[in-house]
Ligand binder design. Structure first.
Ligand code: ATP
Length: 194
């Protein structure tokens, strides 16, 4: 996981013909983290989608070295499959089937591995999405409101997983309305909504 990097240079973001932000620049290297903050609709999720390459910048450059794991409101897990099988589907593609069990453990989901994804509660679903990111082995994690719907114990698990990821040379870009323990993280504050 050495050499992970994510850099924005002079990036502008347009959605639906409206300019959300422009001139955005930052660089994150291995072990680093940034917290994206700002009011509803300002463009935090859009920024993460730009970082993932799912959205193209209207101006500027987005550069990344290393694979990406995006964890947002979509679980991207087969609702009919068991949680274990749904995670294994992605882990096989990512070449890391052995990462599924530790990822389930990290999110406190080991006992739910045989439960169909569609039957998971809101918080369990969120933890499953985070387990998918953990199991991906990707060095660049893009987490959109990762604490949404999580109880205090699960927030602790999330914070521990983020710290482990950084200690292993991963980097984090996190959009969150709620405070999360992210030691030494920089803040990317998007301005007032237009
Ligand atoms: N596919 C789209 N087409 C047009 N406009 C869009 C599209 N997706 C998002 N938008 C608009 O872009 C703006 C930014 O949305 P985004 O989801 O990035 O905001 P956000 O800061 O993450 O908000 P929140 O805090 O509510 O999650 C919003 O005004 C939204 O309506």
């Amino acid at each position: 996981m050495t050499g992970a990097r994510l850099e924005f240079r002079g990036v502008a973001c347009m959605r639906g013909g409206r300019l959300l932000f422009e001139g955005l620049g930052f660089a994150l290297g291995a072990g680093e983290a940034a917290l994206v903050t700002g009011p509803n609709g300002i463009g935090k999720s859009s920024l993460l989608r730009l970082a993932a390459g799912l959205l193209l910048p209207a101006a500027g450059i987005v550069e990344r070295d290393g694979g990406i794991a995006l964890a947002d409101e979509n679980t991207a897990l087969d609702p009919q499959a068991s949680l274990g099988d749904a995670l294994a589907f992605w882990a096989r593609l990512d070449g890391g089937i052995d990462r599924v069990a530790p990822a389930l453990d990290a999110m406190g989901l080991a006992r739910l591995a045989s439960v169909p994804v569609r039957m998971l509660s809101t918080g369990q679903r969120k933890r499953a999405t985070l387990a998918r990111a953990i199991a991906s082995g990707a060095p660049i994690w893009l987490l959109d409101e990762p604490g949404n719907g999580l109880d205090a114990e699960s927030i602790g698990r999330l914070e521990a997983a983020m710290a482990t990821h950084r200690a292993g040379g991963g980097l984090l870009l996190v959009a969150s309305h709620q405070p999360l323990k992210l030691d030494g993280a920089r803040t990317i504050s998007l301005g007032a909504a237009r």
